[in-house]
Design a protein around this ligand. Structure first.
Ligand code: SOE
Length: 385
């Protein structure tokens, strides 16, 4: 079987999620190519070594340019803070490596556009990991829409709410610094919602947005813990929060539907609440990541005296990816979406086909998000070109 060597750059939260996916994909799915966990790359050698040993990465490297320069690496997996995505992706594409990249794609629409163009010019496969598309219940939503069960869509209502920085003593991790993250929850969380909305409803035509910042300064984080979600502070020095804390955006879709996108990290009780509702003339859909095996579906075509939202548990062999996991009702979780991404990415390389979402999708999401920030800054609605 053909082997493809993977070089992973970044080894914290996403490094772990991706390593698990590279490992599990060939256990559960029949693939024509085998991923080899070749080299893991990160800045702190001791913790990197521990990570590599735990997940079975063959080698470690502290300089990402050296990973890209290696002839024996076929795939570059990018799971570092957003500010590094552009340079790594461009260098890797020019070196002919296939790209498996975390979201949000880049710091700006201009960066994302260049990443897309260079990846295309160099003929490499590019995948942007908006993982929630690969949740079977979300795939079912898409199927029901394609089958005409929702009909003409009028509304998208998306909310991605978290609570992990409500405490004013939570430190200034990279997520809260524009130079590393590119943006706050509008980038981090609305990027997921925008991707889902494009996947399920269609392209966005114009946006209008408001942002807010609730805490302006925070204690500096402990350097090694800065890349994680642990609230470890270093001392008493403070730094400036340079991203928004919340963003509420309204959008008009090209098909005439109206949508709303709420993103915040200031919603106590909402740990990772990725939620959407879609309303059409034939029916409605509701998805809530905290109940990710379920999709709620209301059909206008049911007899009036039997109408109501039904809860479909998307764990039948007929649901996407499920036949490779467990018997019906044996639910799956967050990490499975990453496995599905790896499976589809490896198949795309093997069969020389496109995978979605790719850098084009990431670029379009960046364009929409950037227009949102422009709208918030200028206090007006922005039309997308
Ligand atoms: C942190 O806000 C985060 O981990 C995001 O970066 C992920 O993309 C999202 O899926 C969960 O929350």
């Amino acid at each position: 079987m053909k082997k493809l060597n993977v070089g992973i750059i970044g080894y914290k939260f996403m490094g772990k999620a991706h390593s698990n996916a590279w490992r599990k994909a060939p256990y559960f799915f029949d693939l024509n190519v085998e991923p080899v966990l070749k080299v893991a790359c990160g800045r702190h050698e001791a913790s990197l070594k521990e990570f590599a040993d735990r997940w079975g990465w063959e080698e470690i490297e502290t300089d990402w340019q050296k990973v890209i320069a290696r002839e024996d690496v076929d795939i570059i997996d990018i799971g570092v803070p957003t500010a590094l995505h552009h340079d790594i992706a461009i260098a890797a594409a020019r070196a002919g490596k296939h790209l498996f990249c975390e979201k949000p794609m880049a710091m700006s629409y201009a960066q994302a556009k260049e990443m897309y163009e260079v990846a295309e010019e160099n003929g490499v496969k590019h995948y942007l990991n908006h993982n929630y598309r690969r949740c079977p219940a979300v795939m079912l939503a898409r199927q029901l829409i394609e089958d005409g069960k929702v009909g003409r869509i009028f509304h998208w209502r998306g909310a991605y709410l978290q609570s992990w920085i409500v405490d004013p003593n939570f430190p200034l991790t990279w997520h809260l610094q524009k130079e590393h993250a590119g943006g706050g929850p509008h980038w981090d969380l609305n990027s997921h919602s925008v991707d889902l909305a494009r996947f399920l409803v269609g392209e966005v035509k114009s946006v209008s947005c408001m942002t807010s910042q609730f805490i302006k300064e925070r204690l500096l984080p402990d350097e090694e813990a800065a890349g994680t979600f642990k609230g470890v502070v270093k001392g008493t020095d403070k730094g400036t929060v340079s991203v928004e804390d919340a963003a509420f955006m309204m959008a008009e879709f090209e098909n005439g539907a109206l949508g709303s996108f709420e993103a915040t990290r200031f919603a106590p009780g909402r740990k990772n609440y990725n939620y959407f509702e879609i309303y059409g003339d034939k029916g409605s859909l509701i998805f809530d990541l905290e109940r990710m095996n379920e999709l709620k579906f209301f059909s206008n075509e049911d007899p009036a005296n039997a109408q109501g939202f039904r809860t479909i548990i998307a764990t039948e062999a007929e649901h996407a990816y499920i036949a490779n996991w467990w018997p019906p009702g044996h639910i799956i979780g967050y990490e499975h979406e990453f496995v599905h991404g790896v499976v589809d990415f490896l198949n795309a390389i093997d069969q020389d086909q496109k995978i979605e979402p790719n850098f084009y999708d990431g670029m379009r999401a960046m364009q929409i998000l950037e227009a949102g920030l422009q709208s918030a800054a200028e206090g007006r609605r922005i039309e997308l070109g």
